[in-house]
Design a binder for this molecule. Structure first.
Ligand code: C5P
Length: 228
C-alpha cells in the first residue's frame, strides 16, 4: 500500500507568540517540522510527503533539503483546509489512493499509533482519525465568561492527526466545504459535511499540538521518550 502524507505547515502560529512560525522552533536540536517529517518517514507504507508551506517562507527550503527524494513542496493557503487542499491537488489521483494528513505541529505522535490508524482504515475500508477520549468536564460559555451549559462528557473525543482518507473523497469533501463556507477545522469535519462515516482510532495522549509556549517543554519530554 502506497500512502501519500500531506503536512499542512503554512500556519503562522500566533498563539505561540514567537518571532517565527511555531513549526520552526527547535526542540532537541531539530525544528518541530523536521521531527514531524521524521515520524512520517519512519512509517513504511508512506511513500511520499507533500508539505504545504507559505509562499514567503524563508525556512522551509533548508529543512526539506535532506529529504528532497520523498518530499514535494506546495504553497499553502489562507486557512488550514486551503493548505491541505493545495497538498491534495499536487498528488496524482488514482481511485484507490489513501492520503494521511498530519499537522506540522504534532511532532510527538507515536509511529505505532500511525501504523494502527493505517491498518484499521485499510482493514475496514473507512476513513479515520487518531483521537483521544475527553478526560475533563466540558463547559460551553455564553460568550461572556459565564457557563451556559455542561456538555455531556461521555462519548466526547479530542480529534488529533493523522487523519486518513481516500484521496478523491477527501478532495471532494474539502472543496465542497470551502465552497459553502462550512467550518472545516480538520479533514474529518469535511467528511462529516458530505455525510461520510469517520472512524475514531484511540491515540496515545502524547500526540499534542504544539500551540502555546508551555507546550514546548511538554513536547521535548515526549520526543525524548519516543527517541529513547
Ligand atoms: O493553527 P493550527 O494550530 O490549527 O494549525 C494546525 C496545522 O495547520 C499547523 O501545522 C499549521 O502550520 C497548519 N496550517 C496551514 N495553513 C494555514 C493554517 C494552519 O498549513 N493557513
Amino acid at each position: 500500500q502506497n500512502i501519500i502524507a500531506v503536512i499542512p505547515a503554512a500556519g503562522v502560529g500566533r498563539r505561540m507568540g514567537a518571532n517565527l512560525p511555531k513549526q520552526y522552533l527547535k526542540i532537541l536540536g531539530k525544528t518541530i517540522l523536521e521531527h514531524t517529517i521524521l515520524k512520517l518517514i519512519s512509517v513504511k507504507q508512506i511513500s511520499r510527503i507533500v508539505v504545504a508551506a507559505s509562499k514567503s517562507d524563508p525556512y522551509i527550503a533548508d529543512i526539506i533539503k535532506p529529504y528532497s527524494d520523498v518530499i514535494t513542496l506546495v504553497e499553502g493557503g489562507q486557512e488550514r483546509a486551503d493548505s491541505v487542499l493545495a497538498g491534495l491537488n499536487a498528488i496524482e489521483a488514482s481511485a484507490n489512493t489513501w492520503v494521511l494528513v498530519h499537522d506540522a505541529a504534532r511532532p510527538c505522535v507515536l509511529t505505532a499509533d500511525i501504523n494502527n490508524l493505517i491498518s484499521q482504515c485499510i482493514k475496514l475500508e473507512r476513513g479515520g482519525i487518531l483521537a483521544s477520549p475527553v478526560a475533563d468536564t466540558m463547559k460551553r460559555d455564553d460568550g461572556n465568561l459565564n457557563i451556559s451549559k455542561t456538555e455531556q462528557r461521555k462519548g466526547m473525543w479530542h480529534a488529533y492527526t493523522p487523519q486518513m482518507f481516500k484521496l478523491l473523497e477527501l478532495k471532494q469533501a474539502i472543496s465542497k466545504g470551502l465552497a459553502n463556507q462550512a467550518e472545516i477545522t480538520d479533514e474529518a469535519s469535511a467528511m462529516e459535511y458530505i455525510g461520510k462515516p469517520v472512524l475514531l482510532v484511540e491515540s496515545n495522549n502524547c500526540n499534542i499540538k504544539v500551540t502555546r509556549p508551555d507546550d514546548l517543554a511538554l513536547a521535548e519530554f515526549f520526543l525524548q521518550k519516543s527517541i529513547e
